[in-house]
Design a protein around this ligand. Structure first.
Ligand code: DAH
Length: 329
């Protein structure tokens, strides 16, 4: 009546061909479920004779047991397969080095500004920050650089409108301070300045530290003394420098200071001079009583010289390997 051998052969084939647990469960239900094929077979036994009943009953149970074992071992096989697959896919390589978090470093420009501030602080200078957005009056007019003055053309100014601009020099702070404070004055003004210029020695934004001394009897030798001593301090060695006569509209005696680099070439590093009487007039300081000297240091320039950097643009590329070379001094 029942070809049990054939039945098991079919079951075995079906189970072998299955490759997921859902299909395997469908097979289990199909054969072993309450209304499954084995139940059907067992129900049909009652129509057989007693001896047939016994024999078939035993055989059916044997095949049923074998089916259960077959399905269970396939289930184990599939479970193992999927577990191994997951382990492989979600594998954590514990030998992989952790992701490195790079610490920032003290920017060489900041290091220079700190060093400059430190020197002037010891001499009793007060450090004042100013605005980077200036007006034409403070950046040019009050510094004796009227409209159409040729000195304006050298500044390549970024204008916002016909009055406001990104300051091209920290000298504008001289005016702001002298309007507010009466002499004696001994101040420095570190900060960013902007000019529309870009090559290996110019960037659109760079740093200056302006200095201003106003008192009775200030003369050029005071200025020279400060500049010499500052440069010795900054470079931490004796450096060859020279004062070269120059022109700035807001100083009379004006000079530029050059420093000799290691190739024996003179490089300009700052401008300076005695405050022009016309500048004093703008801020209501009597130039018969007071005199003053001023200077503007190009921070990138002296930092490049200090560390032997040849391209100013490397300061602003944010290359951590470049920046980390400069240990905080
Ligand atoms: N402001 C000038 C510049 O940016 C530098 C300078 C020259 C500043 C002479 C001064 C000075 O205070 O006296 O080129």
């Amino acid at each position: 009546m029942f070809d049990l051998k054939k039945l098991f052969f079919i079951i075995k084939n079906e189970v072998n061909n299955v490759n997921n647990l859902k299909e395997l469960d469908e097979i289990r239900i199909k054969y072993l479920g309450r209304k499954g094929i084995f139940s059907e077979y067992i129900k049909k036994i009652k129509y057989l004779s007693d001896t047939e009943k016994r024999n078939y009953g035993l055989d059916i149970n044997k095949i049923k047991k074998k089916t259960i074992l077959k399905i269970n071992s396939k289930k184990d096989e599939l479970n193992n397969f999927f577990l191994n697959k997951r382990i492989k896919e979600e594998k954590i390589d514990v030998s992989l080095p952790g992701r490195h978090v790079n610490n920032g470093s003290f920017h060489p420009i900041n290091q220079s500004i700190i060093c400059i501030k430190h020197f002037f602080d010891k001499l009793g200078f007060q450090s004042v920050n100013g605005f980077e957005i200036e007006d034409e009056y403070h950046n040019f007019d009050a510094l004796n650089i009227p409209k159409n003055h040729p000195a304006r053309n050298t500044h390549d100014t970024f204008w916002f409108d016909n009055n406001r601009l990104l300051r091209t020099q920290t000298s504008s702070m001289q005016i702001r301070l002298m309007k507010e404070k009466k002499p004696p004055i001994k101040s420095i003004f570190p900060g960013k300045v902007y000019r529309n210029d870009y090559d290996a020695t110019h960037t659109p934004m760079f740093h200056q530290v302006e200095g201003l001394i106003v008192n009775k009897k200030i003369n050029f030798s005071n200025l020279k003394w400060i500049i010499y001593n500052f440069l010795y301090y900054f470079f931490n060695k004796k450096v060859s420098i020279r004062f070269r006569p120059s022109y700035f509209p807001f100083t009379v005696l004006s000079a530029e200071v050059d420093i000799m680099n290691k190739n024996g070439k003179w490089l300009e590093i700052l401008g300076c001079g005695m405050v022009h009487p016309l500048v004093f007039k703008k801020v209501n300081i009597d130039s018969d009583i007071y005199s003053g000297c001023a200077f503007g240091i190009g921070v990138e320039r002296i930092t490049m010289l200090r560390y032997g950097i040849s391209d100013i643009r490397s300061f602003f590329e944010n290359d951590i390997k470049f920046l980390k070379q400069f240990k905080y001094i």
